[in-house]
Design a protein around this ligand. Structure first.
Ligand SMILES: NC(=O)c1ccc[n+]([C@@H]2O[C@H](COP(=O)([O-])OP(=O)(O)OC[C@H]3O[C@@H](n4cnc5c(N)ncnc54)[C@H](OP(=O)(O)O)[C@@H]3O)[C@@H](O)[C@H]2O)c1
Length: 355
């Protein structure tokens, strides 16, 4: 049947603070004729899985505000890192049935590249690896895994040779858990201190290789870190008060790998940093980075493709997904990474792997 019901998540308004589905996005259904929709030299993709990531909140802003990630367009479908299957193709690089990882719409069917074109748009063929869900291209083999690997390779690996302690915030999330497991393998001598916001996540952190875990909501983190520090390397997924506690305990010539600032994303006025002076006082190096921005990050992401798949196959890196079923649940998936409700990679499962 060429006419299908096409569910979509439409962006409807810019949030001032927290994103709320129903206020800032809505689910709609339209009919789509898969045989006749214009491809304009592109492909028609049937969505299998699409990622929910904290950075999507940065995209919820007026287009006039410049930022590293493209702004969403009010009235248009939201889009993000995803995996799907080609159902029609006018692009010689793709044939019907191919699996593709790319930047697709939150829609059962969408045309790539389609009418919206922005810097994040990409699409390439991916293999179906026996025993692994295709959704892992949005997590372990996607943004979360590749970002953790990139930051560690570019800065952590070298500094780890002369370090004793690593502190990781946001450690119970998709990126944090990958990092813990990976560092445990490549730098086993490090004492890993991890923080997350629930007991369940702290258990996961321990299982992934953390030696010491704290719930940042329940302890005085600055004091807790003082008992286990000083910190030689701080992997920062949160910024805000946790960065402050890390700065209070950073060692001389320490390193901060600035990966994310989830505590600031929603413009929480209490998420400010007090101890900025520690950076010069303790001769600290801070490296910020963004996934695949710049040639070094691109190279590291390619190294990942050689090193990580065998670690996953050997069970040394775990795929843990928090699966939201269907596009009607996509709004809840996007909310979950800010409320801390996701346990593992938050991903929306939209379609069967094979039909
Ligand atoms: N630099 C890059 O290119 C890049 C790429 C991908 C991701 N990132 C960043 O890396 C970080 C982790 O991403 P992820 O994919 O692994 O997300 P995730 O951890 O799976 O989900 C985000 C987690 O952040 C925690 N969180 C939310 N609000 C918080 C707050 N106010 N203070 C402290 N923790 C809070 C929650 O866990 P708790 O229960 O622990 O609160 C939540 O589960 C994010 O900051 C993200 O933006 C950066």
């Amino acid at each position: 049947m060429p006419v299908v019901t096409n569910g979509k998540l439409i962006y409807t308004a810019h949030p001032e603070r927290e994103y709320e589905h129903g206020v800032h996005s809505k689910y709609v259904e339209e009919e789509l004729n898969t045989d006749t929709i214009e491809l304009n030299g592109g492909i028609l993709v049937r969505l299998i899985a699409i990622s929910s990531d904290p950075y999507m909140r940065y995209r919820m802003r007026d287009k006039s505000i410049p930022m590293f990630a493209p702004a969403l367009t009010i009235g248009e479908p939201m889009d993000n890192f995803a995996v799907g299957q080609v159902v029609r193709s006018e692009d010689p690089n793709f044939t019907v049935g191919d699996y593709a990882a790319g930047f697709f719409e939150f829609a059962n069917y969408s045309v790539y590249p389609g009418k919206s074109s922005h810097a994040f748009k990409f699409c390439f063929k991916v293999p179906k690896v026996p025993g692994l869900p295709l959704s892992s291209y949005t997590g372990t083999f996607g943004l979360a895994g590749k970002t953790a690997y990139t930051g560690w390779h570019l800065w952590g690996k070298e500094k780890a040779k002369t370090s004793k302690t690593l502190f990781v915030s946001g450690a119970g999330g998709a990126l944090g858990l990958f990092l813990l497991e990976y560092v445990r393998i490549v730098s086993p001598h490090l004492k890993i201190i991890a923080t997350a916001g629930t007991a369940e996540k702290l258990e996961l952190c321990k299982k992934a290789g953390a030696d010491v875990v704290f719930n940042y909501k329940e302890v005085d983190l600055e004091k807790a870190l003082a008992e286990h520090g000083p910190i030689d390397i701080y992997w920062d997924n949160t910024a805000g008060p946790i960065l402050d506690a890390a700065l209070a305990n950073i060692n001389f010539f320490g390193l901060i790998i600035a990966c994310g600032a989830v505590s600031e994303i929603n413009h929480d006025p209490s998420a400010y940093v007090k101890y900025f002076g520690k950076i010069f006082q303790h001769c600290v190096t801070v490296h910020g980075f963004i996934f695949r921005f710049g040639p070094d990050a691109v190279r590291a992401s390619e190294e990942f493709n050689k090193e990580v798949p065998p670690l996953v196959a050997a069970g040394k890196i775990t795929i843990l997904e928090d699966r939201f079923q269907g596009l009607k649940e996509a709004g809840r998936a996007l909310e979950s990474v800010h409320s801390g409700k996701n346990l593992g990679k938050a991903v929306v499962i939209v379609g069967e792997e094979e039909v």
